[in-house]
Write a protein that binds this ligand. Structure first.
Ligand SMILES: Cc1ncc(COP(=O)(O)O)c(C=O)c1O
Length: 473
């Protein structure tokens, strides 16, 4: 008879269903009985134990048990605890979709998959704050001003109006040495990386060094271009470029390491540029959230140190919205032509969005939007840090005051439990593990990556409460 609640807890945590904790737990337990994972006669843990295991209130568990006793799936007797009813039989295999019937009581309601009530996954700005009115006005002005030939097949590097606007903005705000002739517009950072991967491969590059922590989607894009990724070591000074040898390129997030949240130490900034000069390698600088620094002026782009060896990549995905699919690269000499070839010789980004973004930047609307977003995200970060310090003193918020996410270091041995508790709070949040490169040699760590930028304003406080409820006290 299955008595191990540890195993059962994991199974259940994967499939809570329905809105609300009580309903979710009731459905998950019923499903466990119905599918046979909980055999008739199995003794369930006490409501106190299960509540602690799942990080939810004891009453919620007691209520769910009571519901299932009333439905006939469980029995509760003084002295022998709560057990799966002897007559409760699983749905026969091969009859998926048929509903098992409890020994006595009504048939269970079908499960409805639901979006999490609280979303703190990193990688998103607050989509509800997209500046619709200003964007629509900029579109109108851009459309009125566009020459008729703008609607033809364009320069593969993108519209000149946007490249010129970006050159001015990037040199002013990020210290990038930008010439419109060497800027290429792309459909998101991911698209830019794909084109760079193709161009690097065509140059004979086989290996790209990456950070120990990052996005596996980006490593996969490089793999698909025929490039191997090898992770560099990581410590409190950021990614360590010392082991770099003859890799053709290195992909870094120097201003705000993703997801760990530290800036690249100045000695390492110098060292990586030095490596590129010595070996002819390229540095791919992913400046995904460079607009958002809260405690001081952001560190300027690495590209400013050597525009001949560093490719600067920026995106509208954090500052405006990922759905725009608009990003930009500032390329060293020669590479602009190779990227244009990789792009297929035509502009693949919609002209109207490019002209609108150009107008948005030139009119000052972009700066205004970023400044007001910065204020909101800064307040959220401050609230997160304060709430964690007060309600979960064993947990530490790490990284600089920047960006749209923070890493919460957890007490050893608690990450799984916290992630499980988060599910029972109907909260989507990531553990650090999914951001670790498979070949990374780094000290194991337990942490959450919390995307405090993600919820719409009205949902932020609820999401923060749900997070705190899932954290160990
Ligand atoms: C580390 C990092 N780089 C770049 C991006 C932007 O990607 P894209 O421009 O393809 O939306 C993101 C977005 O989540 C990111 O987290």
């Amino acid at each position: 008879m299955a008595e191990s609640w540890a195993t059962l807890g994991v199974d259940l945590h994967l499939e809570p269903t329905g809105p609300g904790l009580r309903r979710g737990l009731t459905d998950a337990l019923r499903e466990a009985v119905r599918s046979g994972r909980l055999a008739p006669g199995t003794r369930l843990p006490s409501s106190r134990t299960l509540a602690a295991d799942l990080g939810i209130a004891r009453n919620t568990v007691a209520d769910a048990y009571a519901d299932l006793v009333a439905e006939g799936w469980l029995t509760a007797r003084q002295g022998s605890g709560t057990r799966v009813a002897m007559g409760a039989s699983p749905t026969p295999s091969g009859q998926r979709g048929r509903t098992a019937v409890p020994p006595d009581g009504p048939a269970p309601r079908p499960r409805t998959p639901a979006r999490p009530a609280h979303d703190l996954r990193p990688g998103f700005p607050d989509l509800s704050s997209f500046p619709r009115t200003q964007w629509a006005k900029a579109t109108r002005r851009a459309l009125d001003a566009a020459p008729y030939d703008a609607f033809g097949y364009g320069d593969p590097r993108g519209r000149p109006e946007l490249r010129t606007a970006l050159a001015g903005y990037l040199s002013r705000a990020r210290g990038v040495r930008a010439d419109p002739e060497r800027i290429a517009v792309c459909a998101g950072f991911a698209h830019g990386l794909t084109m760079l991967g193709t161009a690097l491969r065509a140059r004979g590059v086989r290996t790209v060094a990456v950070e120990s922590y990052g996005l596996d989607a980006h490593w996969s894009l490089l793999n698909r271009s025929g490039l191997r990724t090898v992770p560099l070591p990581f410590d409190h000074l950021g990614t360590d470029p010392a082991p770099l040898t003859d890799e053709g390129a290195v992909l870094l997030t120097p201003a705000h390491q993703f997801p760990m949240g530290v800036p690249l130490h100045r000695d390492r900034r110098a060292a990586v540029v030095d490596w590129a000069r010595r070996t002819g390698g390229l540095v791919l600088e992913d400046d995904y959230d460079g607009e958002f620094r809260y405690d001081r002026q952001p560190v300027g782009a690495l590209q400013g140190l050597d525009p001949d060896r560093v490719v600067y990549l920026g995106t509208a995905s954090k500052s405006l919205a990922p759905g725009l699919r608009l990003a930009w690269m500032v390329l060293p000499p020669g590479l602009a032509e190779e990227v244009a070839r990789a792009k297929g010789g035509i502009d693949t980004c919609g002209v109207l969005d490019q002209l609108t973004l150009a107008e948005f930047i030139v009119s000052g609307a972009y700066d205004r939007h970023v400044r007001s977003a910065r204020l909101r995200y800064r307040r959220r970060r401050d609230a997160l840090v304060a709430a964690v310090a007060e309600r979960a003193p064993g947990v530490r918020a790490t990284g600089i005051a920047a960006g749209l996410h923070a890493v919460l270091r957890l007490p050893p041995g608690t990450e799984r439990q916290v992630l499980r508790a988060a599910v029972w709070q109907d909260l989507a949040v990531d553990g650090i593990g999914r951001y670790r490169h498979a070949d990374a040699v780094v000290e194991p760590m337990e942490a959450l990556v919390v995307g405090y930028g993600t919820p719409p304003e009205h949902a932020w406080t609820g999401a923060l409460d749900a997070l705190c409820a899932a954290l160990p006290e």
